[in-house]
Design a protein around this ligand. Structure first.
Ligand SMILES: [Mg+2]
Length: 313
């Protein structure tokens, strides 16, 4: 049932409209002033407001301004009502965002048609916003694991790199790759492989800070951008993830398996222009971890990169 708020300083006007609206299946709320209207809107969030222009105290136009300035109420359709068809008021109200205008004395069938139109539009806008939200989610996240997809990870991390350089803050990058992932798929099936990816992501998210950015770069390869983390902090985090992964038991179809990950960690330095450079270093460390036994973390600290990079700053 749609909720309509009727705002008018004259009680009889409200009563008359209430009968017709209730007959038509609306739930009716009423307010006798602009101030009362704002209070009721906050408490009851009506689907539509019929707002008298001429009221003592806060006028209809002023009330409309408040409604449209407030993010919580700006989308509620408002139909202005007035006996005095002053074009100036009508134009101002519609420019401020009122959906429509009806003149007093109100011809109910005309008002009802305009209300249906306003409600249809509000519904369409709501659906559009919801669809946009879903589309944006679809375009930016990895559908299996729910972490960011490659494109969004690159975009968010590039802006973190610019921010860190501007503010002279630390930033570190972690690359993670599940060891022998193909064997998990071959031995337990692809659904088990998917479960391994999801479990690893959940583990990462549970250990990370909210400000860390986790992305799936492709296949079983993930990256983590850690704003404000120096290399020591990032290596500690990487090791925590690695050890917790090793200890995690993944259940699938009555079978239990575990996994290990190899990790490369680097810090972003002044000479890094985009994500490309630190990602290359982290990837080289990851490659090194894979080729020196897997289930380990290799970082700037192991390779003297810290010193080399520092001298270039
Ligand atoms: Mg009035």
């Amino acid at each position: 049932m749609n909720k309509v708020l009727v705002v008018d300083d004259i009680k009889d006007n409200i009563m008359l409209l209430t009968f017709e609206l209730e007959d038509d299946g609306f739930q009716v709320l009423s307010a006798y002033s602009g101030e009362e209207c704002l209070k009721i809107v906050e408490e009851h969030t009506p689907d539509l407001i019929l707002l008298d222009i001429n009221m003592p105290g806060m006028s209809g136009i002023e009330t409309l301004k408040h409604l449209k300035d407030n993010g919580q109420t700006t989308d509620i359709p408002v139909i202005m009502v007035s006996a005095n068809n002053a074009n100036k008021d009508i134009i101002e109200a519609i420019d401020l965002g009122a959906h429509d205008f009806v003149a007093k004395p109100i011809e109910y069938p005309v008002l009802a048609a305009r209300m249906r139109s306003a409600l249809r539009l509000a519904r369409a806008l709501f659906d559009l916003e919801k669809a946009n939200f879903e589309l944006n989610k679809y375009a930016t996240t990895d559908s299996l694991t729910g972490c960011y997809n490659r494109r969004q990870f690159f975009s968010l991390t590039d802006s973190e790199i610019s921010k860190a350089k501007r503010r002279d803050c630390k930033l570190s990058l972690i690359m993670l790759d599940i060891d022998h992932f193909k064997q998990i798929n071959d031995q337990f099936g692809h659904a088990a492989g998917d479960k391994a990816l999801v479990s690893m992501c959940e583990l990462c998210k549970s250990v990370c800070r909210d400000s860390d950015i986790l992305g799936r770069l492709g296949g079983e390869e993930f990256a983590l951008c850690c704003p404000d983390a120096d290399i020591d902090g990032a290596v500690k985090l990487a090791e925590r993830i690695r050890i917790e992964c090793e200890n995690m038991k993944i259940e699938h179809n009555d079978k239990v398996f575990s996994l290990t990950i190899s990790i490369g960690v680097t810090r972003v330095v002044r000479s890094d222009v985009t994500l490309h450079e630190p990602l290359q270093r982290a990837d080289a460390f990851l490659y090194n971890a894979k080729h020196t036994g897997r289930n380990k973390t290799v970082s700037d600290l192991d390779h003297g990169i810290k010193m080399t990079q520092e001298s270039s700053e």
